[in-house]
Design a protein around this ligand. Structure first.
Ligand code: UTP
Length: 473
C-alpha cells in the first residue's frame, strides 16, 4: 500500500471506508500496522465468499444418499488377514520414514477461553502435561518403536505462532529433535458484521481470524511444506486436531489400510453417542464419501434406524485423516487451485464501534467468519477409506471449560482408557458402584501407546488402592 490516497481508494471501492475512521488519531507505527492488515485482505475473494456464504453448505440430496463402507473397529475373522497386512504395511511406511504427522493448532479456542495456545493446556490428570507434550511423547515413542523419525508439522495462526514456538523452545521440544518439528502459519480472513462491513479489533487493527482447518491444505503449499516433505521422502500425512488428548498422531493400522487401499484421503470414524450429538457424519452421495455437518443434516435422517434397530447414519467424523502428499499437491496445485467451499461461522467477535470509538464485547454472535473445512477435500479424492474406531480409545475433545467436551470429560476419559488397558493386562482397578474407576490413573505415551505395549511392561503385579493416584510414564 503506497499511501493514504491509495488506501482510501481500495477501501471505498469495496465499501469498507469505515476502517479508516480513526486514521487521524493514529500514530505513524499504528498507521503502518493498519495498512499492513488491510494489505492482507483479499477483497475479491472476500466479496465472493460473503455473497456465497449461506449457500456454502449445500442441502443434502434426498435421493442418492447412503452410508459409506467402513472397515470395522474389531475385525471379524474374514478381515483378520487384511488387518494384519495393514498393520505390517503401516509399520513399514513408518520404518522407512515416509510418514509425517500434522496437527492443526491455529484455532482461536474461544470456547475454552485459555490464555495461550490451546496445545499448551495442561490436560494430564496427574502429570498436568499439556496437549503438545502428549503428542510429542507419542511421536517420540513411535520413533523408538519403529526406529524412524516422524517429522511433525504444526499449523499455527498469526494469533498464536510466536507463543507456540516459545512454548516448544522453553520445553526443549519435549525431547524431539528440533529439526523434526516444523511450524507454519495458516491464512487469515477478516471478520465482518452481518451487513458485510469488516470489523476493527482495535482502532488500528482489522479483526482478522484464521481461515479454518481447511486452510491447512493451502498453507502446506504456500509455506513450501509440501516441497520440504517431498525432499524428506514423506509420502503420507497423518492429520489430527490439537484438542484431542486420546488421538494417536501416527497409527500403523490406519496408515497401513490407507496405503493398502490406495486411498488418497482416509478418515477414522466412531459411532455417534446419540441421535443429536453435534458431530459431522460421513455419508455417501453419488458414490462419493463426504462429511455432512450436523447443522445441515436433517433430524429425520439423524434418527433413522436400520431393520435391526441400529442407527442408520452412524459414522461420526473425529477429524483424524490420512492424506497422500501427492493428493494434497494435486488439489492445491501450487497453492492457487484449491476451491474448498467457504462456510459461515457465526461468532461473538469483540470490535471497536466506529461511531463511538468504544470497544464492544458482544455476548452473542455478531459477526461472520469465513472458514474452510478440511473434510471438504474428501469428495475430491479418487479413492477414500474409512476405518471404524472405538470412542473410548481415541476421541475426547477439549472444547469447553466445563460440561460436554470439556477439560473434565477429557481427563475422565484419559483415566477410563488407562483403567481399561490395565484391566486388559490383568490388573484389578477399584471401581465405584456406577462402574467408574475409583482412582486416578494416567499412562504416559512413553510408557505405552496402547494396551499391547502396556502388556510388554508386565503391569500385572500392580496393586491399586481406592482413591490412589497412579502415574505410569
Ligand atoms: P474448532 O472448530 O474447535 O475451533 O477447531 P477452535 O477455534 O479451536 O475453537 P472455538 O470454536 O473458537 O472454541 C478444531 C481444530 O481445528 C483447528 C483448531 O486449532 C482445532 O485443532 N483450527 C480451527 C485451526 O487450526 N484453524 C482454524 O482456523 C480453525
Amino acid at each position: 500500500m503506497q499511501n493514504l490516497a491509495e488506501l482510501r481508494n481500495v477501501l471505498s471501492r469495496h465499501g469498507q471506508d469505515h476502517l479508516l475512521s480513526f486514521w487521524d488519531t493514529l500514530s505513524e507505527p499504528e498507521r503502518e500496522q493498519l495498512a499492513s492488515d488491510v494489505e492482507q485482505i483479499d477483497f475479491a475473494r472476500f466479496g465472493a465468499i460473503l455473497g456465497d456464504l449461506d449457500t456454502g453448505d449445500p442441502d443434502l440430496p434426498a435421493d442418492g444418499l447412503s452410508v459409506p463402507q467402513a472397515f470395522p473397529a474389531n475385525p471379524t475373522v474374514e478381515f483378520e488377514p487384511t488387518y494384519a497386512r495393514g498393520r505390517e504395511l503401516g509399520s513399514q511406511i513408518l520404518r522407512s520414514n515416509r510418514v509425517g504427522a500434522m496437527v492443526v493448532a491455529g484455532g482461536q479456542a474461544t470456547r475454552l477461553g485459555y490464555d495461550g495456545p490451546k496445545g499448551g493446556y495442561p490436560i494430564g490428570p496427574i502429570s498436568k502435561k499439556c496437549l503438545f507434550q502428549l503428542f510429542a511423547e507419542s511421536i517420540l515413542a513411535a520413533n523408538r518403536r519403529y526406529e524412524c523419525r516422524v517429522p511433525w508439522y504444526i499449523m499455527t495462526s498469526t494469533a498464536n505462532h510466536e507463543e507456540t514456538i516459545t512454548l516448544f523452545e522453553s520445553a526443549d521440544y519435549f525431547g524431539l529433535d528440533r529439526d523434526d518439528v516444523v511450524f507454519f502459519k495458516q491464512g487469515m480472513m477478516p471478520a465482518a458484521d452481518v451487513s458485510g462491513k469488516i470489523l476493527l479489533a482495535e482502532k488500528h487493527r482489522v479483526a482478522l481470524a484464521p481461515n479454518g482447518h481447511g486452510g491447512s491444505l493451502t498453507a502446506l503449499a504456500e509455506n513450501g511444506i509440501l516441497e520440504a516433505m517431498a525432499d524428506r521422502g514423506v509420502d503420507y500425512i497423518s492429520y489430527f486436531q490439537v484438542d484431542n488428548p486420546l488421538v494417536s498422531p501416527v497409527d500403523p493400522l490406519f496408515l497401513g489400510l490407507h496405503a493398502m487401499e490406495r486411498a488418497e484421503m482416509s478418515s477414522l470414524t466412531i459411532a455417534k453417542a446419540s441421535d443429536d450429538e453435534k458431530v459431522g457424519l460421513f455419508v455417501s452421495v453419488d458414490g462419493k464419501t463426504r462429511v455432512s455437518e450436523y447443522t445441515s443434516f436433517p433430524a429425520s435422517l439423524a434418527s433413522a434406524r436400520n431393520a435391526d434397530g441400529t442407527r442408520k447414519f452412524d459414522l461420526a467424523n473425529i477429524a483424524v485423516h490420512a492424506f497422500d502428499r501427492s493428493f494434497v499437491e494435486r488439489i492445491v496445485s501450487g497453492g492457487k487451485g484449491l476451491s474448498l467451499p467457504w462456510h459461515a461461522a457465526r461468532k461473538a467477535v469483540p470490535y471497536v464501534d466506529t461511531d463511538t470509538g468504544q470497544t464492544v464485547t458482544p455476548s452473542a454472535p455478531n459477526a461472520l467468519k469465513a472458514e474452510m473445512f478440511v473434510f471438504d477435500a474428501l469428495p475430491l479424492a479418487a479413492r477414500s477409506m474409512l476405518l471404524h474406531a472405538t470412542r473410548r480409545e481415541c476421541f475426547s475433545p477439549v472444547k469447553n471449560l466445563d460440561g460436554v467436551d470439556s477439560v473434565a470429560t477429557a481427563k475422565r476419559d484419559m483415566v477410563r482408557r488407562a483403567a481399561g488397558w490395565l484391566e486388559s493386562c490383568g490388573v484389578s482397578v477399584p471401581r465405584t458402584g456406577a462402574g467408574e474407576p475409583d482412582c486416578v490413573i494416567e499412562i504416559g505415551p512413553l510408557h505405552a501407546l496402547d494396551h499391547e505395549m502396556l502388556r510388554e511392561r508386565e503391569p500385572a503385579k500392580l496393586q491399586i488402592e481406592r482413591g490412589q493416584h497412579v502415574l505410569l510414564e
